[in-house]
Write a protein that binds this ligand. Structure first.
Ligand SMILES: [Fe+2]
Length: 482
């Protein structure tokens, strides 16, 4: 799902569960999930990839079963690969040659790490020190972002890039979007379609306005993404064609806008994560992503390692079926920290911690065995570190690693708008190429992108972007020849 959006509970949630602790993924058997991904070089990728499976997989109560099948673990060019999404938790541990005692030890390690980071955030907040790193776009363009700043982004998993766009340009975009939604009676259409829209999050299903398309293909957006993508560990062995993603190109993942008027009666969003990583050990991808953590501990786990996060198949318990190095948005209006803005838990290992919490719960290491929810909402420890973004002005961009828990506070002010365009970094990779396959067709029709509700409001809109508005960068994002 898009950066901030997910219909969520407000509190951490546990699913009361049976004593036995193995179940099929969402109670279903999917041959496609067992299929090996087809790996081809980036240059050979095309829009002919099989569409991604994954958006909207629901939580549901798992059916307890206990399978006894042989676990297949092979060592490929990518390292150990566990091949059975239907394995029991015991089989999963056996495939990694570890026992519950190791899981208990990892939980202790991660809880200590997260607790220390939470306390560091609390201390910074108490001292009035900034928590979320800030970067000057001029330094991004010049390639002079100071190493301590880069280290801070690695530690906190998020950043504000000041002046990504000229303020005047962002304000012009805001005005054009206002005109676009107004003359096409978007709000009236949306409220007729959704009775709760009047008090909702003000995140509108608008994807193809000219400002959104312009920003996604803007040279400064390209530069910001290239910089951010390179904060990931790009030299990880393996990956299709020898790389897990291409840091220099992007599919321009189409996402929505938020337009929150002064005095809005607008609810926020509870703490959540938008990547498959939050779905626990039963997701095949997570079995691979977190294997080094379980076998080698914190020092062996790199949350910036893209291995297995960028390929097919994808099974996501959340709404987003692409790989994003960073989720993000572009500010189109001034926002203050107490306006009801985005809040972040600036701890990239928080998801790893919750992964092990879930695994430990299922193993009965902390009371009766308890299956973890397939979409985890964090816990009280993490919530202590939830901090608002600093004040932003039009043209600033905000970015956060997909494993960073985040929320949006309820609207609180009567004087300012709270307007953003959701634009993240979705670099070219096998997974994203598959998602991009029908962008052009949907763009031409004005249809909603596949990850989002099929509202298709813009099909009838006047003034949306067209192919004629695309630059070379934009054409590439739609799979068009330059
Ligand atoms: Fe989100």
């Amino acid at each position: 799902m898009p950066p901030e959006a997910a219909p969520l509970d407000r509190a951490p949630r546990r699913v009361p569960g049976p004593a036995r602790i193995a179940w099929p993924v969402d109670g279903r058997r999917s041959p496609t999930l067992l299929a090996r991904a087809t790996h081809v070089p980036f240059a050979a990728m095309s829009r002919s990839f099989v569409p991604v499976v994954g958006a909207g997989v629901s939580a549901g109560t798992p059916t307890p079963i206990r399978r006894r099948r042989r676990v297949s673990v092979e060592v490929s060019q990518r390292g150990p690969v566990v091949h059975d999404p239907d394995m029991t938790v015991d089989e999963y541990l056996a495939s990694l040659a570890i026992g519950p005692d190791v899981v208990a030890r990892r939980l202790d390690e991660l809880r200590a790490h997260v607790t220390a980071e939470v306390e560091a955030v609390e201390a910074a907040v108490a001292a009035g020190s900034p928590v979320i790193p800030e970067i000057d776009m001029a330094e991004v363009l010049a390639g002079t972002v100071p190493p301590p700043t880069i280290a801070a982004v690695h530690r906190r998993g998020c950043a504000v890039v000041r002046g990504t766009f000229e303020r005047a340009e962002a304000e012009a975009w805001d005005a054009e979007i206002a005109d676009y939604v107004s003359r096409n009676a978007f709000r009236e259409r949306f409220e007729a379609h959704n009775a709760e829209a009047a008090t909702g999050s003000r995140i509108w299903g608008v994807y193809w306005s000219r400002p959104q398309v312009a920003a996604r293909q803007h040279p400064n957006m390209v530069a910001a993404r290239r910089f951010l993508n390179r904060l990931w560990t790009l030299d990880t062995p393996g990956g299709p064609g020898g790389a897990w993603f291409d840091p220099d190109t992007d599919i321009g993942y189409p996402d929505r806008v938020r337009r929150r008027e002064p005095g809005a009666d607008s609810l926020g969003l509870g703490m959540h994560v938008d990547t498959p990583a939050i779905g626990g050990w039963t997701i095949l991808e997570n079995q691979r992503v977190f294997a080094p953590l379980l076998t080698g501990g914190i020092d062996a786990f790199d949350p910036w390692n893209p291995a297995y996060r960028t390929v097919l198949p994808v099974e996501s318990p959340v709404g987003c079926s692409v790989f994003r190095t960073f989720q993000g948005w572009t500010a189109l209006s001034e926002m203050e920290p107490d306006d009801g803005v985005l809040h972040l838990v600036p701890i990239p290992l928080a998801v790893a911690y919750r992964f092990v919490v879930g695994l430990a719960g299922e193993l009965g290491l902390d009371g009766e065995p308890t299956p973890a929810p397939r979409s985890d909402h964090g816990d009280e420890l993490l919530a202590r570190a939830l901090v608002p973004i600093p004040a932003v002005v039009p043209g600033d961009t905000v970015w956060w690693h997909g494993d960073v828990f985040h929320s949006v506070a309820d609207a609180t002010n009567d004087v300012r708008w709270g307007n953003v365009m959701y634009i993240g970094a979705s670099p070219w990779c096998e997974r994203n190429a598959a998602y991009q396959a029908d962008h052009l067709e949907r763009f031409r029709r004005g249809a909603s992108p596949r990850d989002f509700p099929p509202e298709d409001f813009e099909v009838e809109f006047v003034g949306r972007a067209t192919v004629d508005d695309l630059t070379g960068t934009g054409r590439a994002q739609f799979g068009l020849a330059g």
